[in-house]
Design a protein around this ligand. Structure first.
Ligand code: PLP
Length: 377
């Protein structure tokens, strides 16, 4: 077997810190390089919503790979129009454009907002994460990942997440869009105060700015509805999606309300919306559609098992404030065969496959309880 650790150290830029290799996955289970088995509550960071290597997804990708892998957007792409129809209907928005990632979906949303408003600035929230392309980085808050790359475009002002007065004072006649995560994911599953999202919508309407809901992490059923925004009384002008949309096949998309659309030559991408991505995304929707109504109950099951740690739970997006011991919790859980992940600010994040069974939830929660008790007491 090749010594991948030393090859990685020599040839791969050391931007990631990692300790293990995952070789294989099926359902909610993955196996590492030594054949050790884990129950996976990370799911490729909220990506593998249908579980690992779901038969329906694998056969859709294989079937398409035998037929046509790529043709470019110079031609109608097999599956693209059908996917657009399905995504428009399930998001309750009107028009769709595809991307290859979450960051690129946000870039597209920002471009569309600039076109539609003829304004060029953005407003976003503290601790928010929107991606690492130059454009999406400009609206991402964390100074450590943003500041080395400045000056960035678009010009962006940051407002405390949850602060409507601050938002009203900041959004102005140059603001093309406000970018909002309905629940902050990378920050550690932070749920905003009651009425906040409705207030953001109101301020955007008052000031003529668009509301972009970044549902890259919360979307595609993660929180128990197709969009987390569907649990509020309002809708965004544009929603960006990625992570769970293709079961791990790299892709993203934006959905926009009626009247918002790129016209000829205003946006494009060689790979975006390609045949394999469309097959993966349609198969993913096929799998999630029938289980969507049961996701809230699965989240409640986690919530009740983990109640003494005051978890923040929306569907299968779960955060627990742990503090500086979070990395220790992560590594102890792995030793005991459960993969969990530390998001921002010492917040433990659980984002398992949406197909997780009650028995798997009970087993996972048992280990998380055991480890939190051991580490925090
Ligand atoms: C992960 C994430 C992104 C970035 O997605 P990439 O596919 O990594 O570019 C953007 N926004 C949110 C809310 C995310 O969680």
């Amino acid at each position: 077997m090749s010594d991948y650790r030393s090859l990685d150290a020599q040839y791969f830029m050391p931007a990631f810190s990692r300790t293990m290799m995952i070789r294989r996955g099926k359902g909610c289970t993955v196996w590492d390089d030594d054949g050790k088995e884990y129950l996976d509550l990370v799911a490729g960071i909220a990506v593998c919503s249908t579980g690992h290597c779901h038969d329906h997804v694998v056969s859709a990708i294989c079937r398409q790979a035998h037929e046509l892998i790529h043709c470019s957007n110079l031609y109608y792409v097999p599956g693209q129009a059908e996917f657009a129809e399905r995504l428009a209907k399930l998001t309750q928005l009107s028009t769709i454009f595809c991307s290859n990632s979450g960051a690129e979906a946000n870039d597209a949303a920002l471009k569309l907002a600039r076109l539609a408003t003829k304004r060029n600035e953005a407003v976003a929230f503290t601790h928010g994460f929107h991606g690492r392309t130059i454009g999406s980085l400009a609206v991402t808050h964390k100074p450590a990942i943003r500041e080395p790359f400045g000056p960035l475009e678009p010009k962006c002002s940051f407002v405390e997440y949850g602060d409507l007065d601050g938002l009203r004072a900041t959004v102005n006649s140059n603001t093309a869009a406000v970018l909002l995560e309905p629940i902050q994911g990378e920050a550690g599953v932070i749920i905003p105060p009651e009425g906040f999202i409705e207030g953001v919508r109101e301020i955007c309407d008052e000031k003529g700015a668009l509301l972009i809901a970044d549902e890259v992490q919360t979307g595609m059923g993660r929180t128990g509805t197709w969009l987390a925004m569907h649990q509020t009384k309002v809708m965004p002008d544009i929603v960006s999606l990625a992570k769970g949309i293709g079961s791990g096949f790299p892709m993203g998309a934006i959905a926009a309300r009626d009247g918002l659309a790129f016209k000829k030559s205003e946006h494009g991408s060689t790979f975006a919306g390609g045949p394999l991505a469309m097959a993966a995304a349609m198969a993913t929707i096929d799998v999630i559609e029938p289980i969507l109504p049961g996701i809230a109950a699965k989240g409640e099951r986690f919530a009740s098992k983990l109640a003494k740690w005051n978890p923040r739970v929306r569907g299968l997006m779960i955060g627990i404030s742990v503090g500086e011991q979070c990395p220790r919790v992560q590594s102890r859980c792995a030793e005991l065969g459960v993969l969990v992940n530390c998001a921002g600010d010492g917040n433990l994040r659980l984002v398992p496959p949406l197909i997780i069974s009650d028995a798997e939830i009970d087993r996972a929660a048992g280990v998380v309880n055991e480890v939190l008790t051991e580490v925090l007491n």
